[in-house]
Design a protein around this ligand. Structure first.
Ligand SMILES: N[C@@H](CCOP(=O)(O)O)C(=O)O
Length: 553
């Protein structure tokens, strides 16, 4: 039985292991509706500090241990130490005191996490810090650096699922609709918060550094800028999108554009951080994965704690596939759910070392020399988290798939044509889904979640090339290039009539096939020379609504 002090330090004013059974839910309702407005001179950090002062003791804890116990026995490190590898050179993992967490049942944790969603209370308004007890339990709220990341949209891909895959329960977890436009925010809030704490403790950290294919550097520089901490980023020259390059520049990072690929940059940052008091922010640092795992918990939460059948995650450096596994596994181990989904890791065929390893029956891992891919953020041939990924996939009967350049670009265009605007990496994940549906491994009614890792707006050049049919050896089957028209009424009317004729024929076929519904065709008219491909903004929008009513009789 837990001690009184233990319960007093927890967020609910009761002493039950199960709030709903002992009036906890009622307390929750009162708290939710009756919270008094804080005094005008107090901000949300001050308020959190005042409320925390009432708490008596810290009950949860976490530490670094060698990943899967592969170090010397009894080896562990405080999270306040600056350490990335075990004594034997292996990976580390953050291990939580599950015994302490287990003093509370699954219903308690579900209710607690649910009670924090969408609030402005510091720091729980963040989808990451709303699970603080499972992430970085010992950090003071005051040290947290957060942009209220997480709580990202779980999008029901109704039209894409139905139209292209015959699926009715397909979802896209839009982790890229986030502060810096990728899932990296989830991990970076944790890592930079811990750095903030270390610096306040006068630990030798003059700055934080990473190697990046674009998203990690964007997140690192933004979180560091918001805390006033110097950031240093190593980028492979000419291998990341312009939008990604400008992010750390704008956020004041020290940007090194290095004439090598990501694996080369990773090697260099490891050597540099071993020499200088620069803290390593890549996911070799297991702190990052503590934040990233909350996306898995969030998915369960968004399904009212029902477990999906499949979760498909794009994979490059391979920290994220393990983070998802860890989030799901903690929910199972702590009684929030009774099983975990099967995971699929999706790689670009031009950077597919995990896929090859999987196909060999996990016989021998060989890094590859990656080649250019539109999925540039996962162009990694020697992934740091290979052991973590293999452990995750073996533990959940997982699968690895791959996508060629043409497959991933077609899948991206198809998804966009149903109202999404996804990144090429999500195109890789959707290709994996196409393949697994075609082979019948994923069934039409399986509840499936595709993890979208970054915002499509970071990758407009690849979309422009595709829709311009400007990619060598690629048919660009779903390209939708703009039509150039002379500036006279007759020419405009001619192209519109042809367009409308074609779309009503298409629509007629559709309404016969699908018994009706509402479809909206949209035509955008641009003055010549201001086409979006020239970078200008649309000047006029003309929409044609076609009601495809069911035919009678
Ligand atoms: N895709 C990553 C590559 C670095 O991976 P990380 O897991 O070490 O951050 C990026 O966006 O830079």
């Amino acid at each position: 039985m837990a001690s009184t002090a233990l319960f007093q330090s927890l967020p609910f004013p009761h002493k039950s292991r199960n709030p709903s059974k002992a009036g906890g839910q009622a307390a929750l309702r009162v708290r939710a509706s009756g919270k008094q407005r804080r005094p005008a001179e107090e901000n949300i950090r001050d308020e959190a500090r005042r409320l925390k002062a009432r708490e008596e003791q810290q009950v949860f804890s976490a530490k670094y241990v060698p990943f899967k116990g592969e170090g010397s026995s009894g080896e562990w490190y405080s999270l306040d130490e600056i350490v990335y590898r075990s004594q034997s050179g292996g990976l580390l993992d953050v291990e939580h005191d599950l015994g302490a967490l287990k003093r509370f049942d699954g219903e308690y944790w579900r209710s607690l996490f649910d009670s924090r969603v969408g609030k402005t209370t510091w720091p729980y308004g963040s989808g990451v810090w709303s699970k603080k007890e499972w992430v970085l339990p010992e950090i003071h709220d005051d040290d947290i650096v957060s942009a209220f990341e997480g709580n990202s949209n779980l999008f029901w891909a109704e039209r894409f699922g139905k139209h292209f895959l015959g699926m009715n329960d397909l979802w896209v977890k839009h982790c890229g609709i986030s502060h810096t436009g990728s899932f990296k925010d989830l991990g970076m809030t944790v890592l930079v918060s811990q750095v903030n704490r270390l610096r306040k403790m006068n630990r030798p950290v003059v700055g934080v550094g990473c190697a990046s294919t674009g998203d990690t550097s964007a997140a690192l520089s933004a979180y560091c800028a918001s805390a006033g901490i110097p950031s240093i980023v190593f980028l492979p020259a000419n291998r990341i999108s312009l939008a990604q390059l400008v992010q750390p520049i704008a956020n004041g990072a020290f940007v090194l554009s290095i004439d090598t690929d990501f694996d080369g940059c990773m090697q260099l940052i490891r050597e540099v951080t071993a020499e200088l008091p620069i803290y390593l922010a890549n996911s070799l640092n297991s702190l990052r994965l503590e934040g990233q795992k909350t996306a898995a918990i969030e998915i369960l939460q968004q399904f009212d704690w029902q477990v999906p059948d499949w979760v498909i995650v794009p994979g490059g450096n391979l920290g994220n596939i393990y983070a998802f596994y860890k989030g799901f596994k903690m929910c199972q181990d702590l009684g929030l759910v009774d099983k975990i989904p099967r995971l699929v890791c999706a790689q670009a065929a031009n950077a597919d070392p995990l896929y090859l390893y999987f196909k060999s029956g996990w016989k021998e891992f060989r890094p590859v020399k990656s080649t250019t891919t539109f999925a540039s953020a996962i162009q990694i041939g020697d992934p740091v988290s290979i052991d973590r990924a293999v452990h995750a996939l073996k533990s959940c009967d997982g699968i690895v798939e791959e996508a060629t350049e043409e497959e991933l670009m077609d899948a991206m265009a198809q998804a966009d044509s149903t109202g999404m605007f996804i990144c090429p990496h999500t195109g890789v994940a959707l290709t994996a889904l196409f393949k697994l549906r075609n082979t019948g491994v994923i069934k039409p009614t399986d509840r499936t979640v595709v993890v979208s890792t970054a915002h499509g707006l970071k990758f407009t050049q690849s979309k422009i090339d595709y829709h311009s049919r400007n990619i060598k050896d690629m048919a660009c089957r779903f390209a939708n290039p703009p039509m150039q028209v002379k500036a006279d009424f007759g020419s405009v009317m001619d192209v519109l009539k042809t367009y409308l004729q074609k779309s009503s024929e298409k629509d007629g076929v559709k309404s016969r096939k699908h018994k009706g519904g509402l479809s909206i065709d949209c035509t955008v008219i641009f003055p010549l020379g201001t086409m979006p491909f020239g970078g200008a903004i649309a000047s006029a929008l003309w929409a044609n609504l076609v009601l495809s009513k069911p035919k009678k009789g």
